[in-house]
Write a protein of this length. Structure first.
Length: 274
């Protein structure tokens, strides 16, 4: 019978075979450069074989091709009694990455939290935990991590957007609007900021501001399928089905691969081309 760690690995093995998702979220998310803890000096991350007898486990823990292998190897390394604190933190980070790509978000949160105990300003780990928290449904806590990232990198537009998304999903629409407004101040040509702002304003019953935000997004790109879809959603919620159908149709025309506008049109009784 598989142990707890083996069950975690088997569950993930059936779903993911590559670290591509984790690389996107864990390393490249926001294009944040690694903090000193994650890649600070020439020796960091290079294990000393003499520190433990599990040399192959070190390699398996570090590799980025098989997440379930990394998870098992990292877990074995963490049991080594002679593992120094610095290496232990690094292995927690690697195991957290493996758990993230295996969609074991609860375990990823725990491991990333262990890293943050000794390096609370590690941008990469904060972003990884925020993603895991969001996927786990803890949007308020994810917003806290994004807010911390924003405080460390106040000029990062992507972090501002993620902060807005987390607040919106948590139902904190006023805070979401504030985050999106911050993103607009940093980049007045960012359509995602205006789209998020429109959604937040609509939830706050500030319809004129919501409409103006969508106008701004569509001014940047009149064929922005996401802006057109949100325009349709807002119109439908207001009971303006004629406008909703028009916006959904334009969204589908802008990107025929989308499913949501097609489903929305069908819901409103409009046949869509195959």
């Amino acid at each position: 019978m598989l142990g707890e760690t083996g069950q975690r690995a088997t569950k993930g093995q059936n779903r993911v075979t590559k670290f591509s998702v984790a690389i996107t979220v864990f390393g490249a998310l926001l294009h944040i450069a690694p903090s000193p803890l994650s890649a600070g000096d020439a020796n960091y991350g290079q294990f000393d074989d003499s520190a433990t007898t599990s040399g192959p486990d070190q390699q398996d823990c570090e590799q980025q091709d098989r997440a379930y292998v990394a998870l098992l190897a990292c877990s074995r390394l963490l049991k080594a009694p002679d593992l120094d604190a610095k290496k232990r933190v690094h292995i927690y980070a690697l195991r957290g990455r493996a758990s993230l790509v295996l969609f074991d978000f609860g375990e990823a949160i725990q491991d990333f939290t262990e890293v943050l105990k000794s390096d609370p300003d590690n941008l990469t780990i904060l972003a990884g935990r925020a993603e895991a928290l969001s996927q786990h449904g803890s949007h308020g806590n994810a917003a806290n991590d994004w807010a911390h990232i924003v405080s460390l990198k106040p000029g990062d537009v992507a972090a501002q957007l993620q902060l807005g998304i987390s607040h919106y999903k948590a139902g904190a629409f006023d805070q979401a609007a504030a985050a999106y407004e911050g993103a607009v101040k940093l980049d007045e040509k960012n359509p995602e900021a205006y789209i998020g702002l429109a959604k937040a304003y609509e939830k706050l019953n500030q319809r004129e501001k919501a409409d103006a935000s969508l106008v701004s997004a569509l001014k940047i790109n009149p064929a922005n399928s996401s802006a057109l879809f949100v325009q349709g959603e807002i119109a439908e919620a207001r009971g303006n089905n004629k406008q909703a159908i028009e916006s959904y149709s334009l969204s589908l025309k802008a990107n025929g691969m989308q499913i949501k506008p097609r489903q929305a049109l069908q819901r409103l009784g409009v046949e869509t081309p195959p």
